[in-house]
Design a protein around this ligand. Structure first.
Ligand code: FES
Length: 129
């Protein structure tokens, strides 16, 4: 019993020390399933990402909605076919490349996995965050 108490007490002391020196545990990847088919517009907006997977696209792709300038949430402007940040008007292509600043880095691209049903049709898209 005394050994267990010592172990627990040591862990309680070491954890804050590790946090202080900058040790962080990377969060587990999160998987978000988006049912197919997508609307005719060919894109789907979630809180954290934009998924593009229209019928005329060869491969679906997703980009983060977090602006690389100061972290505002970007939106896809369907009529202009660009992604724009509402805070300082950085503009990006649908694939996340910077068109105009102040953002200097492209949006983060996210992995998309296709799920198919027994007939071989696409039943869902799984985006990994
Ligand atoms: S936060 Fe997006 S442009 Fe500044």
């Amino acid at each position: 019993m005394l050994q267990w108490s010592g172990t627990i007490l040591s862990a309680l002391c070491i954890y804050p020390l590790l946090r202080f020196i900058g040790f962080t545990v990377k969060p587990k990847p999160r998987h978000v399933t988006v049912p197919a088919p997508l609307p005719l517009s060919g894109y789907h907006a979630e809180r954290d990402f934009l998924l593009f997977a229209g019928a005329n696209r060869k491969k679906p792709f997703a980009v983060s909605r977090t602006c690389t300038h100061l972290g505002c949430r970007v939106s896809y402007l369907e009529d202009k076919k660009i992604i724009e940040c509402p805070c300082h008007q950085s503009r990006f292509t649908p694939t996340g490349e910077v068109l105009s600043g102040p953002a200097k880095q492209n949006l983060t691209t996210l992995e998309v996995t296709i799920k198919k049903d027994v007939t071989g049709r696409i039943s869902a898209y799984v985006v990994t965050l």
